[in-house]
Write a protein that binds this ligand. Structure first.
Ligand code: GLU
Length: 277
């Protein structure tokens, strides 16, 4: 079976070196195994999505010497997300939640939950349908339905799925028919992704995605969570903390092929390092 990997940036900020590294990892894994490398623009982040950014992303990837196949952006797939949500709701696996962020933080603190993990305030509660609401996955009920699940990360090995680590996540947002979890899981299956390649910061999300795959009868991929690039303080790179944008390096006349080669060799600019295994 031919391998399919993907890079799935959200257009809510320019790509930085951490994104460049992620794209190169996904690209090179596909290339080394004679597979396909996909680009998917994850643009359902409402007001935070900036329409001009996808073109800058494409220019950045080309400057780094990568070749990809682009699949439809998330904003074109809303009907598919809505259909999956209706199905899960009809199976009694979703519940309406009207809690505000402040209420969730306060209730989670009282319950001693980190994250904050949603403490289940609206589960089993009659909610006024006129109020704006999200739909949350009832993880305990969903696990009763599927039984124990496992998934495989190429780097970390076999994992017992623990979707409860993220609590009853939002699957349908107030303003969009899907959250990241629902949209990305459906898209990876629809795009035929066989190796979900992304940073270790999303490792926990994969427990939830495994559960969604079981609930929705989707094909099971393997995952590859790569280590993250860190700044001098050991924090993951972020544009807001001053990590240089790939587009700035490109527009300043830098050599993208050389940069990509250095990232592959793990020769990072001063102050940047790779998270330890
Ligand atoms: N769109 C997500 C991001 O930009 C990545 C999601 C994924 O790779 O699954 O952080």
């Amino acid at each position: 079976m031919s391998i399919v990997t993907r890079f799935a940036p959200s257009p809510n900020g320019m790509l930085h070196l951490g994104h460049a590294y992620a794209a190169i990892v996904a690209h090179d894994l596909a290339q080394a195994r004679g597979g396909r490398f996909l680009l998917r623009i994850e643009d359902i982040d409402g007001a935070r999505s900036q329409p001009e950014l996808p073109d800058a992303f494409r220019a950045d990837l080309a400057w780094l010497g990568l070749k990809w196949e682009e699949v439809p952006a998330q904003s074109t797939r809303l009907a598919d997300y809505a259909e999956a949500a209706v199905r899960l709701e009809s199976e009694g696996l979703l519940y309406r939640c009207v809690c505000t962020r402040t209420e969730i933080v306060a209730a989670a603190r009282v319950a001693g939950l980190e994250g904050p993990i949603y403490p289940g305030t609206c589960k089993g509660r009659a909610v006024d349908l006129a109020l704006p609401h999200v739909l949350r996955l009832d993880v305990a009920e969903a696990l009763r339905y599927t039984g124990p699940l496992v998934w495989v990360d190429e780097m970390a090995g076999e994992q017992a799925a623990r979707p409860e680590l993220l609590g009853d996540v939002v699957l349908v947002r107030k303003d969009e028919p899907a959250s990241y979890h629902l949209a990305a899981t459906l898209d990876d299956a629809a795009d035929g992704v066989t190796l979900v390649t992304r940073g270790r910061d999303l490792f926990t999300a994969s427990h939830v995605h495994r559960l969604l795959q079981a609930l929705l009868g989707l094909a099971l991929p393997v995952w590859h969570h790569h280590p993250l690039l860190l700044d001098e303080q050991g924090r993951k790179l972020a544009k807001r903390r001053g990590s240089p944008a790939v587009a700035d390096l490109r527009l300043a006349g830098g050599d993208g092929l050389l940069l990509a080669q250095q990232l592959r060799l793990r020769r990072f600019p001063a102050g940047i390092s790779l998270e330890r295994a």
